[in-house]
Design a protein around this ligand. Structure first.
Ligand SMILES: C[S@@+](CC[C@H](N)C(=O)[O-])C[C@H]1O[C@@H](n2cnc3c(N)ncnc32)[C@H](O)[C@@H]1O
Length: 257
């Protein structure tokens, strides 16, 4: 098994055939949410620029297939994790039920469900429901002796006590959808990856649940956010991604070329 590289292919197959058992300290997974569909878009939006709903072939499955897919890739991660390893899974109300069910069935312990409060969420166009402005990150552990770098996380918490001293980090994280210089864009100015995750999110997760020199795996690497931050924080990493165009942009981002 090689480290600090992106494996091209289906993560279920790579997790089971290529990744060594009990080799990974931390998994961050941002799987398909299975919500693509109607190609909704809002061009000419004055507040946040053009907006396009995620509409990708890899994000469309029947409910039955999606549950099976969720079981298979989380089982692969369970096999790959060391006995005190952690898995963080990004999700929304669309897929959190499947994820929680599978984690419990596999014997994982759920430590937190972190709410990502999106501070620049899109307005609701239908005006018939509350504006969606959150996603979740489920943190689950395989055994009892998980890593939690409590003091390091306190150090990077932007929230402070009234007297300015450090504060425990809570499970609601306010941060914007990726924008500005952090967003990877093509020559036409459109975001290259539809679901690029905030670097700050990965920074918190990697600092909290791994140590320098540990091995971090992302089975849905996309634009390479996990590897980019893992490398900055002196962790080793492995990515898996099935779309060649995303592997190219992730490699360029990680190597700075
Ligand atoms: C939600 S995105 C991840 C985005 C990533 N967190 C980022 O910051 O850019 C999911 C990614 O998984 C990839 N993908 C979907 N199904 C896959 C599979 N079965 N195996 C490997 N990659 C897959 C998609 O091509 C997509 O790039």
């Amino acid at each position: 098994m090689k480290t600090n590289c992106i494996y091209s292919g289906d993560c279920i197959s790579v997790l089971n055939k290529t990744i060594d058992a009990k080799a990974i300290n931390l998994v961050f997974a941002d799987p398909p949410y299975n919500l693509s569909g109607n190609g909704l878009k809002w061009e000419g939006n004055k507040t946040g620029g053009d907006w396009y709903m995620v509409n990708e072939a890899w994000d469309k499955m029947s409910d039955k297939d999606y549950l099976m897919f969720t079981k298979q890739w989380i089982s692969g991660c369970h096999r790959a994790l060391v006995d005190n390893g952690s898995i963080y899974i990004s999700c929304t109300y669309h897929n959190i039920a499947e994820i929680m069910l599978v984690l419990r069935q596999l014997g994982f312990k759920i430590n937190n469900v972190i709410t990502w409060q999106k501070t620049n969420a899109m307005p609701n166009m239908t005006k018939r429901v509350f504006t969606h402005s959150s996603e979740f990150v489920v943190w689950a552990v395989k055994g009892k002796k998980w890593v939690f770098n409590y003091e390091d996380i306190k150090d990077i918490n932007p929230d402070k006590q009234k007297d300015g001293s450090k504060k425990q980090m809570r499970d609601v994280w306010a941060m914007p959808l990726v924008q500005g210089k952090e967003r990877i864009r093509g020559e036409n100015g459109r975001a290259i990856h539809p679901t690029q995750k905030p670097e700050e999110m990965l920074k918190r997760i990697i600092i909290a649940s791994s140590n320098k020199g540990d091995l971090v795996l992302d089975p849905f690497m996309g634009s390479g956010t996990t590897a980019f931050i893992a490398q900055q924080l002196k962790r080793n990493w492995i990515g898996i991604e099935k779309e060649k165009k995303y592997i190219e942009i992730a490699n360029a981002r990680i190597t700075g070329k």
